[in-house]
Design a protein around this ligand. Sequence first.
Ligand code: CA
Ligand code: CA
Length: 320
Amino acid sequence: LPPSRSTCSKGRTAKHAQCCVWYDVLDDIQENLFEGGQCDEVAHDALRLVFHDAIGWSPALFAQGIFGGGGADGSIMKFSDIELPFEANAGIESIVEDERPFAHKYNVSYGRLSIQFAGAVSVGNCAGGPRIQFLAGRPDAVGPSPDGLLPEASDSVDSILARMADAGFSPNELVDLLASHSIGFQENVDPSIPFTPFDSTVTVLDTQFFLETLIKGTIIPGDSIHSGEAKAPIPGEFRLQSDSAIARDRRTACRWESHVLSQELMTSSFAAAMAKLAVVGQNKNALLDCSEVIPVPKFAFVAPAHLYLRFPFSLDSFRS
Ligand code: CA
Ligand code: CA
Protein backbone atom coordinates (compact mmCIF):
# COMPACT_ATOMS: atom_id res chain seq x y z
CA LEU A 1 0.00 0.00 0.00
CA PRO A 2 1.52 3.36 -0.98
CA PRO A 3 1.85 5.44 2.21
CA SER A 4 -0.31 8.18 0.76
CA ARG A 5 -3.39 5.94 0.56
CA SER A 6 -5.87 5.16 3.32
CA THR A 7 -7.32 1.74 3.96
CA CYS A 8 -11.11 1.50 3.70
CA SER A 9 -13.55 -1.37 4.21
CA LYS A 10 -13.27 -4.66 2.29
CA GLY A 11 -9.65 -4.05 1.36
CA ARG A 12 -10.43 -0.96 -0.70
CA THR A 13 -8.26 2.12 -0.53
CA ALA A 14 -8.70 5.83 -1.08
CA LYS A 15 -6.38 8.75 -1.57
CA HIS A 16 -8.25 10.69 1.11
CA ALA A 17 -9.39 8.97 4.33
CA GLN A 18 -12.59 11.04 4.25
CA CYS A 19 -13.58 9.27 1.03
CA CYS A 20 -13.71 5.85 2.73
CA VAL A 21 -17.25 6.31 4.04
CA TRP A 22 -18.47 6.52 0.44
CA TYR A 23 -17.50 2.91 -0.24
CA ASP A 24 -19.86 1.89 2.55
CA VAL A 25 -22.57 4.15 1.21
CA LEU A 26 -21.97 2.68 -2.25
CA ASP A 27 -22.42 -0.91 -1.04
CA ASP A 28 -25.60 0.10 0.76
CA ILE A 29 -27.29 2.06 -2.02
CA GLN A 30 -26.35 -0.44 -4.73
CA GLU A 31 -27.98 -3.18 -2.67
CA ASN A 32 -30.85 -1.33 -1.05
CA LEU A 33 -31.69 1.58 -3.35
CA PHE A 34 -30.78 0.30 -6.82
CA GLU A 35 -31.69 -3.37 -6.10
CA GLY A 36 -28.32 -4.83 -6.94
CA GLY A 37 -27.00 -2.05 -9.14
CA GLN A 38 -29.74 -1.89 -11.75
CA CYS A 39 -30.55 0.72 -14.37
CA ASP A 40 -34.19 0.85 -13.38
CA GLU A 41 -36.84 3.42 -12.55
CA VAL A 42 -35.07 4.28 -9.31
CA ALA A 43 -31.78 4.92 -11.15
CA HIS A 44 -33.62 7.17 -13.57
CA ASP A 45 -35.24 9.09 -10.72
CA ALA A 46 -31.90 9.46 -8.90
CA LEU A 47 -30.43 11.07 -12.00
CA ARG A 48 -33.47 13.30 -12.47
CA LEU A 49 -33.21 14.42 -8.85
CA VAL A 50 -29.66 15.73 -9.44
CA PHE A 51 -31.05 18.13 -12.04
CA HIS A 52 -34.07 19.17 -9.99
CA ASP A 53 -31.86 20.04 -7.02
CA ALA A 54 -28.97 21.66 -8.89
CA ILE A 55 -30.88 23.89 -11.30
CA GLY A 56 -32.33 25.80 -8.33
CA TRP A 57 -29.71 28.53 -8.68
CA SER A 58 -30.28 31.92 -10.25
CA PRO A 59 -27.66 34.68 -10.45
CA ALA A 60 -30.36 36.80 -12.11
CA LEU A 61 -32.44 36.64 -8.92
CA PHE A 62 -29.40 37.36 -6.73
CA ALA A 63 -28.75 40.45 -8.87
CA GLN A 64 -32.24 41.68 -7.94
CA GLY A 65 -31.50 41.14 -4.26
CA ILE A 66 -33.63 37.98 -4.10
CA PHE A 67 -32.28 34.65 -2.80
CA GLY A 68 -31.72 32.59 -5.94
CA GLY A 69 -31.22 29.17 -4.35
CA GLY A 70 -28.14 27.17 -3.41
CA GLY A 71 -27.87 25.04 -6.56
CA ALA A 72 -26.57 21.50 -5.93
CA ASP A 73 -27.00 21.82 -2.20
CA GLY A 74 -29.58 19.18 -1.29
CA SER A 75 -32.23 21.83 -0.69
CA ILE A 76 -34.86 19.74 -2.44
CA MET A 77 -34.48 17.18 0.37
CA LYS A 78 -33.80 19.49 3.31
CA PHE A 79 -36.64 21.83 2.36
CA SER A 80 -38.80 19.17 0.72
CA ASP A 81 -41.91 20.59 2.36
CA ILE A 82 -41.42 23.75 0.29
CA GLU A 83 -39.81 22.49 -2.94
CA LEU A 84 -41.73 19.26 -3.60
CA PRO A 85 -45.08 21.04 -4.02
CA PHE A 86 -43.59 23.06 -6.93
CA GLU A 87 -45.46 21.91 -10.03
CA ALA A 88 -42.23 21.06 -11.87
CA ASN A 89 -41.25 18.64 -9.09
CA ALA A 90 -44.27 16.39 -9.59
CA GLY A 91 -43.16 12.76 -9.51
CA ILE A 92 -39.91 13.42 -7.66
CA GLU A 93 -41.26 12.86 -4.13
CA SER A 94 -40.62 9.13 -3.96
CA ILE A 95 -36.91 9.29 -4.79
CA VAL A 96 -36.41 12.08 -2.24
CA GLU A 97 -37.90 9.89 0.47
CA ASP A 98 -36.13 6.74 -0.79
CA GLU A 99 -32.74 8.46 -0.53
CA ARG A 100 -33.25 10.41 2.67
CA PRO A 101 -32.61 7.49 5.11
CA PHE A 102 -29.14 6.91 3.64
CA ALA A 103 -28.09 10.46 4.46
CA HIS A 104 -29.29 10.01 8.03
CA LYS A 105 -27.61 6.61 8.38
CA TYR A 106 -24.18 7.87 7.35
CA ASN A 107 -24.61 11.31 8.87
CA VAL A 108 -23.71 13.14 5.69
CA SER A 109 -25.49 16.16 4.28
CA TYR A 110 -28.36 15.73 1.84
CA GLY A 111 -26.53 17.61 -0.87
CA ARG A 112 -23.50 15.43 -0.88
CA LEU A 113 -24.89 12.01 -0.25
CA SER A 114 -28.34 11.33 -1.23
CA ILE A 115 -28.45 13.41 -4.32
CA GLN A 116 -25.04 13.85 -5.96
CA PHE A 117 -23.56 10.52 -4.97
CA ALA A 118 -26.63 8.45 -5.84
CA GLY A 119 -26.93 10.31 -9.12
CA ALA A 120 -23.33 9.55 -10.09
CA VAL A 121 -23.70 5.87 -9.15
CA SER A 122 -26.99 5.55 -11.05
CA VAL A 123 -25.41 6.55 -14.38
CA GLY A 124 -22.76 3.82 -14.08
CA ASN A 125 -25.51 1.25 -13.53
CA CYS A 126 -26.79 1.81 -17.07
CA ALA A 127 -25.04 0.14 -20.00
CA GLY A 128 -23.04 2.70 -21.93
CA GLY A 129 -23.04 5.17 -19.05
CA PRO A 130 -19.80 7.05 -18.34
CA ARG A 131 -18.11 7.38 -14.96
CA ILE A 132 -19.31 10.60 -13.36
CA GLN A 133 -17.09 12.75 -11.15
CA PHE A 134 -18.05 12.86 -7.48
CA LEU A 135 -16.94 15.66 -5.19
CA ALA A 136 -17.77 15.35 -1.49
CA GLY A 137 -18.17 17.88 1.28
CA ARG A 138 -20.98 20.21 0.30
CA PRO A 139 -22.23 22.32 3.21
CA ASP A 140 -25.87 21.89 4.18
CA ALA A 141 -28.42 23.90 2.22
CA VAL A 142 -29.23 27.25 3.82
CA GLY A 143 -32.59 27.84 2.18
CA PRO A 144 -35.12 26.45 -0.30
CA SER A 145 -34.84 27.13 -4.01
CA PRO A 146 -37.32 29.70 -5.31
CA ASP A 147 -40.13 28.27 -7.46
CA GLY A 148 -40.05 28.66 -11.24
CA LEU A 149 -36.39 27.77 -11.89
CA LEU A 150 -36.98 24.33 -13.40
CA PRO A 151 -37.39 24.25 -17.17
CA GLU A 152 -40.61 22.46 -18.08
CA ALA A 153 -41.54 20.34 -21.09
CA SER A 154 -44.14 22.91 -22.17
CA ASP A 155 -41.64 25.82 -22.13
CA SER A 156 -40.36 27.39 -25.35
CA VAL A 157 -36.76 26.84 -26.44
CA ASP A 158 -36.15 30.58 -25.85
CA SER A 159 -37.31 30.26 -22.28
CA ILE A 160 -35.36 27.04 -21.61
CA LEU A 161 -32.13 28.44 -23.09
CA ALA A 162 -32.51 31.63 -21.05
CA ARG A 163 -33.07 29.69 -17.82
CA MET A 164 -30.11 27.40 -18.50
CA ALA A 165 -27.89 30.37 -19.36
CA ASP A 166 -28.81 31.99 -16.04
CA ALA A 167 -27.69 28.80 -14.28
CA GLY A 168 -24.44 28.84 -16.29
CA PHE A 169 -25.15 26.33 -19.08
CA SER A 170 -24.66 26.89 -22.82
CA PRO A 171 -27.07 25.55 -25.47
CA ASN A 172 -24.55 22.77 -26.20
CA GLU A 173 -24.42 21.81 -22.53
CA LEU A 174 -28.21 21.70 -22.38
CA VAL A 175 -28.17 19.17 -25.23
CA ASP A 176 -25.38 17.25 -23.47
CA LEU A 177 -27.48 16.98 -20.30
CA LEU A 178 -30.42 15.68 -22.34
CA ALA A 179 -28.47 12.47 -22.95
CA SER A 180 -30.13 11.55 -19.65
CA HIS A 181 -33.35 11.10 -21.62
CA SER A 182 -31.78 8.07 -23.29
CA ILE A 183 -32.43 6.33 -19.96
CA GLY A 184 -35.51 8.35 -19.09
CA PHE A 185 -39.27 8.12 -19.08
CA GLN A 186 -42.20 10.39 -18.37
CA GLU A 187 -44.44 10.08 -15.37
CA ASN A 188 -46.55 13.19 -14.99
CA VAL A 189 -46.85 14.89 -18.37
CA ASP A 190 -49.45 12.27 -19.24
CA PRO A 191 -50.40 10.59 -15.94
CA SER A 192 -52.49 8.00 -17.83
CA ILE A 193 -49.30 6.29 -19.09
CA PRO A 194 -46.57 6.64 -16.43
CA PHE A 195 -43.11 5.15 -17.10
CA THR A 196 -43.34 5.63 -20.86
CA PRO A 197 -39.74 5.93 -22.11
CA PHE A 198 -38.22 8.60 -24.36
CA ASP A 199 -36.45 6.06 -26.57
CA SER A 200 -36.65 2.37 -27.45
CA THR A 201 -33.62 1.44 -25.27
CA VAL A 202 -34.47 2.84 -21.86
CA THR A 203 -31.87 0.82 -19.92
CA VAL A 204 -29.01 1.76 -22.27
CA LEU A 205 -27.34 5.17 -22.39
CA ASP A 206 -27.00 5.06 -26.16
CA THR A 207 -27.60 7.59 -28.93
CA GLN A 208 -31.02 6.15 -29.89
CA PHE A 209 -32.79 8.96 -28.04
CA PHE A 210 -31.17 11.62 -30.22
CA LEU A 211 -32.05 9.74 -33.41
CA GLU A 212 -35.60 8.79 -32.50
CA THR A 213 -36.44 12.35 -31.43
CA LEU A 214 -35.67 13.47 -35.00
CA ILE A 215 -38.17 11.04 -36.54
CA LYS A 216 -41.50 12.58 -37.49
CA GLY A 217 -43.99 12.08 -34.68
CA THR A 218 -47.32 10.51 -35.61
CA ILE A 219 -48.53 8.72 -32.47
CA ILE A 220 -50.42 9.85 -29.39
CA PRO A 221 -49.41 7.16 -26.87
CA GLY A 222 -51.92 8.00 -24.12
CA ASP A 223 -55.47 9.25 -23.92
CA SER A 224 -54.78 12.62 -25.59
CA ILE A 225 -52.01 15.15 -26.22
CA HIS A 226 -51.12 16.83 -22.95
CA SER A 227 -49.35 20.11 -22.21
CA GLY A 228 -45.63 19.46 -22.70
CA GLU A 229 -46.18 16.52 -25.04
CA ALA A 230 -45.44 16.11 -28.75
CA LYS A 231 -46.52 13.22 -30.95
CA ALA A 232 -44.24 10.18 -30.60
CA PRO A 233 -42.50 8.35 -33.45
CA ILE A 234 -42.77 4.78 -32.17
CA PRO A 235 -45.50 2.85 -30.33
CA GLY A 236 -44.80 2.68 -26.61
CA GLU A 237 -42.65 5.79 -26.66
CA PHE A 238 -43.19 9.34 -25.37
CA ARG A 239 -41.85 12.60 -26.77
CA LEU A 240 -41.60 15.78 -24.75
CA GLN A 241 -42.54 18.96 -26.55
CA SER A 242 -39.29 20.54 -25.31
CA ASP A 243 -37.14 17.68 -26.67
CA SER A 244 -38.92 17.89 -30.00
CA ALA A 245 -38.29 21.64 -30.24
CA ILE A 246 -34.68 21.56 -28.98
CA ALA A 247 -33.82 18.84 -31.52
CA ARG A 248 -35.03 21.16 -34.30
CA ASP A 249 -33.97 24.62 -33.09
CA ARG A 250 -31.12 26.24 -35.06
CA ARG A 251 -29.21 26.94 -31.80
CA THR A 252 -29.23 23.31 -30.64
CA ALA A 253 -29.87 21.10 -33.68
CA CYS A 254 -26.22 20.84 -34.68
CA ARG A 255 -25.14 19.53 -31.27
CA TRP A 256 -28.16 17.25 -31.24
CA GLU A 257 -27.21 15.67 -34.56
CA SER A 258 -23.58 15.30 -33.41
CA HIS A 259 -24.84 13.12 -30.56
CA VAL A 260 -26.76 10.88 -32.96
CA LEU A 261 -23.48 10.08 -34.64
CA SER A 262 -21.12 9.57 -31.71
CA GLN A 263 -21.55 7.52 -28.53
CA GLU A 264 -18.10 8.78 -27.49
CA LEU A 265 -18.95 12.47 -27.87
CA MET A 266 -22.33 11.97 -26.23
CA THR A 267 -21.02 10.15 -23.14
CA SER A 268 -17.92 12.31 -22.63
CA SER A 269 -19.87 15.55 -22.95
CA PHE A 270 -22.66 14.16 -20.74
CA ALA A 271 -20.09 13.32 -18.05
CA ALA A 272 -18.61 16.83 -18.31
CA ALA A 273 -22.02 18.49 -18.12
CA MET A 274 -22.99 16.31 -15.12
CA ALA A 275 -19.76 17.27 -13.34
CA LYS A 276 -20.67 20.91 -13.90
CA LEU A 277 -24.25 20.36 -12.75
CA ALA A 278 -23.02 18.72 -9.54
CA VAL A 279 -21.24 21.91 -8.42
CA VAL A 280 -23.79 24.55 -9.43
CA GLY A 281 -23.74 27.18 -6.69
CA GLN A 282 -20.90 25.42 -4.88
CA ASN A 283 -17.26 26.38 -4.29
CA LYS A 284 -15.60 23.56 -6.18
CA ASN A 285 -12.23 24.24 -4.55
CA ALA A 286 -13.67 23.53 -1.10
CA LEU A 287 -14.85 20.05 -2.13
CA LEU A 288 -12.92 16.79 -1.93
CA ASP A 289 -12.55 14.61 -5.01
CA CYS A 290 -13.85 11.13 -4.11
CA SER A 291 -14.49 10.11 -7.74
CA GLU A 292 -12.45 6.95 -7.31
CA VAL A 293 -15.30 5.53 -5.20
CA ILE A 294 -17.66 5.66 -8.18
CA PRO A 295 -17.44 2.26 -9.90
CA VAL A 296 -15.87 2.14 -13.34
CA PRO A 297 -18.81 1.13 -15.54
CA LYS A 298 -18.59 -2.38 -16.94
CA PHE A 299 -17.78 -2.53 -20.61
CA ALA A 300 -20.97 -2.76 -22.61
CA PHE A 301 -21.39 -3.03 -26.33
CA VAL A 302 -23.64 -0.17 -27.33
CA ALA A 303 -25.05 -0.26 -30.82
CA PRO A 304 -24.79 2.88 -32.95
CA ALA A 305 -28.11 4.67 -33.42
CA HIS A 306 -30.21 2.79 -35.95
CA LEU A 307 -33.69 2.71 -37.37
CA TYR A 308 -34.28 -1.03 -37.08
CA LEU A 309 -37.18 -1.34 -34.68
CA ARG A 310 -38.72 -4.42 -33.17
CA PHE A 311 -42.47 -4.81 -32.92
CA PRO A 312 -44.28 -5.19 -30.71
CA PHE A 313 -42.17 -2.88 -28.60
CA SER A 314 -41.62 -4.54 -25.22
CA LEU A 315 -41.07 -2.93 -21.86
CA ASP A 316 -40.98 -6.22 -19.96
CA SER A 317 -37.31 -5.91 -19.11
CA PHE A 318 -37.85 -2.46 -17.64
CA ARG A 319 -41.06 -2.54 -15.68
CA SER A 320 -40.91 -4.36 -12.40
CA1 CA B 1 -31.02 22.95 -4.62
CA1 CA C 1 -31.49 4.63 -24.67
